[in-house]
Design a binder for this molecule. Sequence first.
Ligand code: ADP
Ligand code: MG
Length: 660
Amino acid sequence: DSSASFQNLKHKNPHKRSPQKAKNPEHLRNLLSQRHALPIFPARARLLEEFKKHQTVIVIGETGSGKTTQIPQYIHEERLDRKGGICITQPRRVAAISIAKRVAEEMDTNLGGLVGYSVRFEEAVCPATKVKYVTDGMLLREAISDPLLSKYSWILLDEAHERTINTDVLFGIVKDAQKTRRSTPGQDPLRLLIMSATMDVDHFQPGRQHPIEMFYAKKQQEDYVMATMTTVFQIHREAPPRHDILLFLTGQEEIDSVTANLRQIAKDGSLAECPRLRVLPMYAALPAHQQLDVFRPTAEGERKVIVSTNIAETSITIPGIRFVIDCGRAKVRTYHPGSGFDALKVRKISQAQAWQRTGRAGREASGNCYRAYTRAEFDAMDVNPTPEILRSNLSSVMLQLLAMGIKNVVTFDFIDKPSAEHLEAAMVQLTFLGAVVIKSDCLELTEAGRKMAQFPLEPRYAKVILSGPEHGCTDEVLSIISMLSSESIFVNPAGKKEQAAIARRKFTSVEGDHITLLKVFRAFKAAKKNKMWCHENFLNFRNLMYATEVRKQLVQVCERCGVALTSCQQKTDSVRRCLATGLFTSVAELQLDGKYLTLDTKQEAALHPTSALFGGKPAYVLFTELVLTGKAYMHLNSIVDPQWLHDIAPEYFRKKHVKR
Ligand code: ADP
Ligand code: MG
């Protein structure tokens, strides 16, 4: 049972209602009338009838109509979950957590009891949990140890229109499980609901959707971030209080900086007559309690501005939004098999996504949508987004399919089959990592590959951990990888950037960012995980605690897989060497002209200004991630020795002409 490796962080007695949390009956009545007012409510009986009649049902309804929160409750109320629970998948952890919380409230029970959630590194469930919200990635992991998904009677694949890799793959797996359970005597049938938002533009029905006035940029914007910020204040000067604004931007860094800037500008005297401005960021890596902040209703005389990634497009619904500002872009992971290049790229969104964003403005009353791009730019956008499976590195998925015993990944029942090139590239990567071998034209999982599949990590990170004992530094790489799993350990408050940089200097390692992270983690432990200490050192306490929790769970997986927990103490070069065993395809070489070229794809890439190595010129650097924001930047870098590279993957580096 793979989920057993994850600790129950909030293990609560489901039947005991904590006295201090006793809800007032009026609040409950209020919630109930809200439920009854949802567009899905009149369809309740009809839906249940269809669910009883068919083993697979597709439910399509506009965002906010009540699919995710209500359908599991309908099934439970009808006691159709007596024999097995209901599992609802979400592409994003924030959605799984916030929706579980909402549903627990509506059902008047404690979160982690009858209603729970399970996302990577964090869960709130107990044996009595019947309604469980999970990320699609978590259910996929569960399927590794239990391909028949025997715990569940109902699998609800939600947000299917998003076409994430995990949901796509789950679709094939659940169909398989359904078939097997049907033909196995004594097995309960497995019921499958596919739930999707309407992506059809014509579906903006009047009645449910209030009119939205559209505004386009008059000319193409050079700086879309600036353009959207200006728009926020134009609106803020004129709109009445509690007419909230939802601003779509691309990624965490951008959102943090815009949030800080908006807060700063809001203090300006010329805005004294305007409502108070409450600016809140929203992205997947944000700690859960901060994510929940955006759902808090806006107070009298106040205006909320939510600065969000595409997370607020369909999977969560924020009340009170009257204005949407759309930058027209999103950060997406793309992979080019020919070049082996996997990167987070800021890309233009599709028209379907643009309409989804627009729709957020007209949920409760008429609204306005400001597009920071011209009408012509809109017309030039793709009509629909490309499914993730067609643009990603498939090595994780392939490893998991193999671990589930699906031998021929090439003939797997994908909704959209990835190209032969993509599949080939994933195969090559897994071969290099030693996870698979090719035997008589078939992929076979190695012992190492089997262990790698146990880690809730990308195969290359799992490989690093498995190499730990050999290099005597499991302890250290576990700390580093846990920190990489959490985001932004460092805090950069606007106006205090210099102080933050000075405070950070004592952790900076000449070996690079990974050892810097290690030093932070060690210092954090030495400081007894003290909050004040974090504050003084411009470190994010919560994210460090999260990393600590992740680490604990990775240690458990190590114990199960028999990976010895060795430590190298101060011999940190072995740590870098160990990192290279998994990340060796992410190395760049210094050129005569002082620029770096990646070895894998010969792409020009620069050290990011926040890197510990910035300003230096080491001959070979290993990077964790390549981010394209105009220019390609290497994030989180370490110095590596070319001799190590030859020792790790001789064939690969001979081909790349790396001199020892
Ligand atoms: P769908 O899945 O069809 O998009 P949901 O079931 O997620 O719809 O949401 C139904 C309604 O529940 C939303 O319109 C919203 O008003 C309300 N809702 C959902 N989550 C919350 C929350 N955390 N706080 C307040 N209201 C919420
Ligand atoms: Mg939903």
